[in-house]
Structures are given as C-alpha cells and as structure tokens.
Design a binder for this molecule. Structure first.
Ligand SMILES: Cc1cc2nc3c(=O)[nH]c(=O)nc-3n(C[C@H](O)[C@H](O)[C@H](O)COP(=O)(O)OP(=O)(O)OC[C@H]3O[C@@H](n4cnc5c(N)ncnc54)[C@H](O)[C@@H]3O)c2cc1C
Length: 407
C-alpha cells in the first residue's frame, strides 16, 4: 500500500476553503489579538459556526483538531487499499489555517486538543455524549512536564463518581473551553498504566481557573492554571476503559499523541509557510528573485538560503503527511508522529527566525507579521512533547529500547 505524494484531489476544495478563511478572516485580526492578549477573539464564533455547518453537511472531513477519530475499518491486508481520511484532511486544513494564525486556530471553539483526546480514546457512547463540546487538555503539572508518566493529580472512585485533586498548568484554552480533559492517576503505586483521562465540564464544583499566563507567542490563545479540589465527575466520564492493565502501560492515554503530534506538526508547517511566502515577496521587492531553474550556489546568498529553508520545510511536510496517512490507514504511527513533530517543530522555528534575519529591519518590525510568526512558532516545538522528547521517542523506537533503558 504505497503512500502517494500527491495531495489527495478530494481534499483540494477543503484546503482551498481553509486558505481563504485564513487569508480573509484570520490574517486581518492577527495583530489585533497578538496585542490584546487574553481578549476573546469574538470573530471566531462565526467561523466556528461555519465549520460546524460544513461538518454537518458532510462537505468537510476534519476541518479542525477534532476530526482525528481513526476509522474502525480494518486494513484488509491486501496491500491495495489506501485511505485518505480525517487525519490527512485535518493536517492539511490546519496547515492552511495556521498560515493565517496559529494562536487563533488554537482558540477555535470546539477544536481543542481535548477534542482530539476524546476522539482518540473515547468509546462510542462517550463520543456521542461529548459531541459538540469544546475541550482543552490538561496534562502538565507544576512538577511534571516532559515526564508525563509522573503526574500527581489523583482520581479516586467514590460510589459512582471519581473525585479529582491536583493542579494543572499551561492548559491551552483552559479558560474558554467548556470542558477539560484531565489526566489523573487512579493509583500512583501502579505506575503509568493507572493514568486515565477524565472529561470535566466547566462549572463542576471543585474546579477553578486560577490564572492566565502572559506569553512570548500565540497570545490570542488563553493558557490557564486550573485547580481541582475534591472535584467530582461521573464515573462514566473516564475516557475509555477503567481497567488498569500493566501490560498496556501508557498505551491508552498515549494514543492521543499519535493523533495530536501530526496536528502540531501541521501548525508549525503552516506558520513557517506563511513566513516563507512573505519573505519571497519582500526579497523580490528588494530585487532578489528565487530562481528554481538554477543551482542555489549560483544565486544570491539570500535566495540560496531561501531554497534551503523551503526544502527543509518540504521534508517536514512529507513526514507530517506520512504520519497522518498512517493513522488513516490504521497503521501504528507513534514513531512517524514523533518524527513529524520533531522535524516540523525544529524547522518551523528555524524557518520563521531565518525569515526575520533575511528581511532585516522589516523582518524585526511590527509593520509585518514575520516577528510574530517567529514568536508563535516556538511553542510548536515545545507542547505535545518537546524537541528533545520527540528525539528520545524516535531513538527508543529505532533502537528497540524501553523508556527505562533510554532516558
Ligand atoms: C503556551 C503553552 C501551552 C501549553 N499547552 C498545554 C496544554 O494544553 N496541555 C498541557 O497539558 N500542557 C500544555 N503545555 C505544557 C507543555 O506541554 C510543557 O511545557 C512541555 O511538555 C514541557 O514540559 P516542561 O515545561 O515541564 O519542561 P521540562 O519537562 O521540565 O523540560 C525542560 C527542558 O528539558 C528538556 N528535557 C526534559 N526531559 C529530557 C530528557 N529526558 N532528555 C533530554 N531533554 C529533556 C526538555 O526538552 C526541555 O527543553 C503548554 C505549554 C505552553 C508554554
């Protein structure tokens, strides 16, 4: 079943629509909400309603982060079927939206990373019950970031409810989302297998947003600290199975990342593509044309650098497409998801900052968005697992070592 490197024809109109939305609805308000940190981008309500409408009419397959449920149809092993599904549609449309603005994409109602967690881990009943919610995802704690197996938030079964206690930090959309998917341990002694995710509706007694962060980039997106104090949720809000299976290890909760890491890669690629597009124009204005028919070494240094950045980005894009395509075709993609995230995260930061450099004072000035994209892209190399953590995962997978053997 070979991967085809052509963009699937059936997604061209979706990608075209996403690009139009990015250009006409996100770009015009990009600087406004970069400067007005923590102000809700009300323009997104109309956009979210449009996306919902498209999804309901079936005209769109995965217009946002929520569209990452894996198809239940098994690979029939014939090696001939190749499916381009919701994962591929999502990365391609999110890339375009992030060409518009990453912070605004992250603020889009009902398209949170918690929605991806629900789509990845929930059973059919839960999928139906949580349909249409807007969910943030709360993993990180004051003492636990990269080592997410070490989380301390607890969930204790009491009758037909779980009681949650703990502190979560840096929750994207933690203030605005109407639900939060919280990672908590059923029993710290049982290690990572006991970590489960719980859907907590906003307004549940015992849950409160403590503060919002001021940030380097993606300022349109709210990032919250949330405290859980004897916060009770119905037992059926535990996503997936409550069984603690040490053989399964972290697999259940971690399945979320196989879906979300290609999405974060697509955000980095979209933002970097925006920077390259503008840089190409600014270089042309300055008399430097990038010529694809001549070797880079015969061209001005700025054009040669541009070609190198563009080819790095293309490498990241192909890894992203591969990871998403594998998810659509029910192939285990943890390795490829981490490779895509590592490459896109690093290249995204490199490209956007290099574009600032290539454009000099104009690149650094607020008159253009290049400096903003350089700030926005950094987070995409940090959240959902940092650059170093992705490299660690790739190394473990390639060398066949466990997390205890390679730390
Ligand atoms: C704007 C923003 C939004 C976020 N949104 C969310 C969200 O929605 N939900 C959520 O749960 N979290 C979120 N986070 C948290 C994010 O996922 C963490 O910051 C990230 O996982 C890193 O954890 P940490 O900050 O504790 O750094 P640490 O884990 O303390 O790492 C610090 C540095 O050490 C490196 N490092 C750590 N371990 C190793 C190792 N074994 N080998 C080599 N290097 C290592 C890291 O790569 C990093 O460079 C967000 C963070 C930010 C800044």
């Amino acid at each position: 079943m070979p991967i085809s490197l052509d963009d699937p024809k059936k997604f061209r109109s979706l990608v075209g629509q996403a690009h139009q939305v990015a250009m006409n609805m996100l770009r015009p308000i990009s600087r406004k909400y970069d400067l007005a940190e923590h102000e809700y981008p009300k323009e997104l309500d109309m956009l979210a309603a449009m996306i919902d409408g498209l999804a309901e009419s079936g005209a769109s397959e995965g217009a946002g982060a929520a569209g990452v449920r894996r198809d239940d149809k098994q690979d029939d092993g014939s090696g001939t079927q190749s499916k381009n599904g919701a994962n591929l549609a999502s990365v391609m449309s999110i890339q375009e939206m992030c060409w518009g603005d990453v912070g605004l994409l992250l603020s889009m109602p009902r398209q949170g990373l918690g929605n991806s967690a629900i789509a990845s881990v929930a059973d059919d009943e839960q999928l139906a019950r949580f349909d249409g919610v807007w969910a943030g995802m709360a993993i990180t704690e004051p003492g636990t970031g990269s080592d997410s197996a070490n989380i301390k938030t607890t969930a204790v079964l009491d009758g037909d409810e779980y009681v949650l206690n703990g502190e979560k930090i840096f929750v994207t959309s933690g203030d605005r989302a109407d639900h939060i998917v919280v990672w908590a341990t059923l029993d710290k002694e049982l290690g990572r297998a006991a970590i489960k995710s719980f859907v907590v509706p906003k307004g549940t007694p015992g849950m409160r947003v403590e503060r919002l962060e001021h940030k380097l980039g993606i300022r349109a997106s709210d990032t919250a600290t949330i405290i859980f104090e004897n916060c009770r949720v119905p037992a059926e809000n535990l996503l997936g199975s409550a069984e603690v299976d040490p053989k399964q290890g972290f697999a259940g909760a971690m399945a979320t990342f196989d879906n979300t890491r290609p999405l974060v890669a697509s955000m980095a690629i979209g933002c970097a593509a925006a920077a390259l597009d503008l840089t190409r124009e600014l270089l042309a204005d300055a008399g430097v044309e990038v010529d694809y028919d001549r070797p880079a070494y015969t061209q001005p240094a700025a054009a040669a650098k541009f070609l190198q950045l563009e080819s790095d980005l293309e490498g990241a894009r192909l890894l992203m497409l591969q990871a998403a395509w594998m998810a659509d075709n029910r192939k285990p993609n943890s390795l490829e998801a981490s490779m895509a995230k590592a490459k896109a995260g690093r290249v995204g930061s490199d490209v956007t900052l290099s574009c600032v450099e290539l454009c000099g004072a104009v690149g650094y000035s607020e008159t253009e968005l290049l400096e903003k994209w350089a700030r926005d892209s950094k987070i995409l190399d940090i959240f959902e697992g940092t650059q170093q953590i992705q490299q660690l995962i790739v190394a473990r997978r390639v060398l066949g070592l466990t997390s205890n053997e390679l730390k």
